[in-house]
Ligand binder design. Structure first.
Ligand SMILES: NC(=O)c1ccc[n+]([C@@H]2O[C@H](COP(=O)([O-])OP(=O)(O)OC[C@H]3O[C@@H](n4cnc5c(N)ncnc54)[C@H](O)[C@@H]3O)[C@@H](O)[C@H]2O)c1
Length: 259
């Protein structure tokens, strides 16, 4: 087992990619704090992990609430004795052309992705720095590098996350803590399923063209990345045996973006 003894905090773990990462970590022997604003989702993930013989706790956490993030991470550390891996994954999507993008929606998206990653990092390094080890994993996107119409808030936030991860690689180095970003292409999760009709309406094109042209048009094989693909990269980064890999990003995207 690649993550025997590892303790991981994963946000947005009640659905989609976060849930797949939490389950993959547990299969590899990690004990997982499953954090989500959706308490039912978090409990469902914990149930699945326990049913498969793994160990996890559900933590009700809004990543934009500093007190809730601090308390949730402290609870995980108290329960499991340490924090080895952080996966900052909670996120939402909102798509509009900028003329129709309200400032409130822009702030909501950026606050969840970027402020949430900042707050989670602050809470986790309080445990990682004294133990002189840890792996900070951020959920970026191909949109950490590329831009798409209708996604001003998302692209700005995902570019920002890459910057935060790189700063943490520099600050964390002397404390034995590494920081890397996973930048997936399109993965069929509830977040993406919702975008297909929304983008079809905004762009005035059929839904199958949203998938074939907008989402997969720049891949090498017109295939979606899967949640399992992303989870395998997270297991690799969490279990990497040294801090040689820090300040890096890995882009599972069927060749959409090549670093
Ligand atoms: N699906 C894709 O194609 C894709 C591609 C690249 C990156 N990503 C990124 O992967 C991450 C997960 O996305 P997903 O596709 O699995 O979406 P999802 O909607 O399936 O899951 C997102 C989870 O985040 C939780 N969440 C939302 N706001 C929160 C908050 N304030 N506090 C705590 N939890 C909150 C939701 O309750 C949900 O469980 C996001 O950061 C997303 O930007 C997704």
């Amino acid at each position: 087992m690649q993550l025997d003894g590892n303790v991981a905090v994963v946000t947005g773990a009640g659905s989609g990619i976060g849930r797949a990462i939490a389950e993959a970590f547990a299969r590899q022997g990690a004990r997982v704090a499953v954090c989500d604003i959706d308490a039912d989702g978090a409990h469902a993930t914990v149930g699945a992990i326990e049913a498969a013989g793994g160990e996890a706790i559900a933590i009700d956490m809004d990543v934009t609430d500093q007190a809730a993030v601090d308390a949730g991470v402290d609870r995980a550390a108290q329960h499991f004795g340490r924090i080895d891996t952080m996966v900052s994954n909670a996120g939402i999507q909102i798509v509009h052309p900028i003329e129709e993008f309200s400032y409130a929606e822009f702030r909501k998206l950026v606050t969840i992705h970027l402020d949430g990653s900042f707050l989670l990092t602050k809470a986790c390094v309080r445990h990682m720095y004294p133990q002189r080890s840890g792996s900070l994993i951020y959920m970026g996107s191909v949109h950490s590098y590329e831009a798409s119409a209708l996604k001003s808030a998302y692209v700005a936030a995902k570019h920002g996350i890459l910057g935060l991860a790189r700063v943490m690689a520099k600050e964390g180095g002397k404390h034995g803590v590494r920081a890397n970003t996973i930048c997936p292409g399109f993965v069929k999760t509830p977040l993406v399923e919702r975008q297909i009709p929304e983008q079809a309406a905004s762009l005035g094109i059929p839904e199958d063209e949203v998938v074939s042209r907008v989402m997969l048009g720049n891949t090498v094989d017109q295939e979606f990345t899967t949640m399992e693909d992303v989870a395998a990269v997270a297991v690799f980064l969490a279990g990497f045996p040294s801090n040689a890999l820090t300040g890096q990003s890995i882009v599972p995207s069927h060749g959409w973006h090549m670093v």
